[in-house]
Ligand binder design. Structure first.
Ligand code: SF4
Length: 341
């Protein structure tokens, strides 16, 4: 496959580690509340969807981002490609801050970093054959002539486990699992380095889920891909991820290698999340921790630790001071006052 070669114009920035492919630093995304929804005379308020989130994606790894619905994980993924503009922070890729790029430079990054959504069907043109839909990114990125583009599409269809005859079919002729394979094919067609996947198997039956997860693993090792895998499902994330970051109300509260996180969850929120996940082999569950109270609104998140209104271990300091993200051991990071010393 041919690729575009564009010289970056923005001043290069050094990454902390040579294995780091994408580094997110202090990302914030606040959405202003529409004027019509504000009470008369009230100051502008914001939905604090993502607040001071930092993490890295390493070469060839899968980083799982988990949390309840509305915790900011999907917004984080979309912001990284500027599908929604960030409020603050940096996303360093190839020594450039993605958030400062525009035009051709941003298009080049969007070729290298592709998104896969939960339901690719809604973005497929029902009147277009799949082969033609898959060719569109190649045309946008000016890759190949008509004959080469057809060959590239055929090759990618085969990589994602579809048949060559599927090139000529329409979206409604595919099952849910096949549509997700099409979503993957569309992302892979421009030869990316990173896939950001937002709940990519959540809409699928369990048996189809495992087929797609296995396909993702094969593609990762064949094509040296890195994944940001966003999901609310701890079991799925455990199956696919090398490292996991746990989000609560817009903040990253814990991060660790997958086995370490499941063996030794430290943050009280992570402990509660994992208490509902069956233990592999025995199928037994940990002692279930039921969180009290409602998830607070991101419009008016609690002061101090955002989890303090539901945390069984909350102390006075938790109500006023935001806990800093600290490394405890072996890449295990946590933001909680219980681990201050
Ligand atoms: Fe609980 Fe305090 Fe830790 Fe927050 S900082 S999780 S409230 S103990």
């Amino acid at each position: 496959m041919s690729t575009l070669t564009l010289e970056p114009k923005v001043e290069p920035i050094e990454n902390d580690s040579k294995d780091t492919l994408l580094e997110i630093k202090n990302l914030k995304k606040f959405f202003p509340v529409k004027k019509g929804l504000l009470q008369f005379g009230k100051e502008q308020t914001f939905v604090q969807a993502v607040n001071d989130v930092s993490f890295s994606i390493l070469k060839g790894e899968t980083y799982g981002l988990v949390g309840e619905s509305g915790c900011g994980k999907s917004t984080t993924g979309r912001t990284l490609l500027k599908l929604t503009e960030p409020t603050a922070g940096e996303a360093i890729y190839n020594r450039n801050d993605i958030f400062k790029l525009s035009g051709q430079e941003l298009r080049k990054v969007r070729q290298d970093i592709q998104m896969v959504f939960q339901d690719p069907y809604s973005s497929l043109n029902p009147r277009k054959r799949i082969g033609k839909t898959l060719e569109e990114p190649l045309i946008i990125h000016n890759i190949g002539d008509a004959k080469e583009r057809t060959e590239i599409v055929m090759e990618v269809l085969s990589k994602v486990g579809l048949q060559l005859e599927h090139y000529y079919r329409y979206p409604h002729e595919f099952s849910g699992g096949q549509r997700q394979r099409i979503g993957l094919a569309r992302a892979l067609i421009v030869n990316p380095k990173i896939l950001i996947m937002d709940e990519p198997v959540s809409a699928l039956d369990v048996s189809i889920q495992s087929q797609i997860l296995n396909l993702l693993k094969t593609l990762q090792s064949d094509l040296s891909l890195s994944y940001l895998f966003i999901s609310h499902d701890m079991s799925v994330v455990r199956h696919i991820s090398d490292r996991i970051g746990v989000m609560y109300l817009g903040r990253l509260v814990e991060e660790a290698p997958t086995d370490e996180l499941f063996a030794n969850p430290l943050h009280p929120y992570t402990q509660a999340l994992l208490s509902a996940v069956p233990v592999p082999k025995s199928g037994a569950k940990r002692e279930r921790i039921i969180l009290k109270g409602e998830l607070p609104s991101p419009l008016d998140p609690p002061a101090g630790c955002v989890f303090h209104t539901r945390c069984p271990f909350a102390m006075d300091i938790c109500k006023t001071q935001i806990p800093q993200n600290k490394q405890i051991e072996n890449g295990h990071r946590i933001a909680c006052h219980l681990y201050n010393e």
